[in-house]
Design a protein around this ligand. Sequence first.
Ligand code: HEC
Length: 169
Amino acid sequence: MSPRLQRGLLIIAVLLTPFIVGLLFTYEILKIPFTTDMQNQISINYQESPRILPPDGAVPVQGLAIIPDEFPVNPIPADPVSLQRGKILYDIHCQLCHGEMGHGDGPLAKYFDRTPQNLTSSQITTEFDGAVYLTILNGFGQMPALYENLSPHETWDVVNYLHTLPARE
Ligand code: HEC
């Protein structure tokens, strides 16, 4: 073999080697065991249990309310700002069914089997705020749950506003 041919073969061999090694990996003739730690973990899909609860003491800055098991205590003072917000929110979210003054005579009231409650009746006003708060979040009978429409703070503003509506049995 002439030295030139020898050199030629050597160059071809050098060029082909990485290609062949690459093919061995591609077709998994050679395998490198990559770490598989990531797939050996509990993975919980969307809407699957167990639900991961927020850490203790976490405060929802905004967004959906966490519906508590017990009657929550009203943390929002009924100051003018809260009442003003409450009125605006009431007119948007409650008035259609419960009426402008909360007497259960809104334009949609007649479409319900049981008319929307008179929110100024003693039955409602003597109920503590927490019960009304949960009614707004969870809904009640034919009344829809409104937790998607009102943040917790806004819900308390509405509860505060209800106390200012003139009573009528
Ligand atoms: C789509 C109509 C509708 C809207 C909007 C609505 N309600 Fe009601 N609500 C009703 C109906 C109907 C009832 C009576 C349900 C029943 O007795 O089965 C009711 C009942 C109630 C009760 C009485 C619950 C009880 O324990 O007796 C409260 C309090 C109340 N609503 C507050 C509110 C507030 C506050 C808002 C606004 C944030 C609101 N609702 C928005 C229809 C509505």
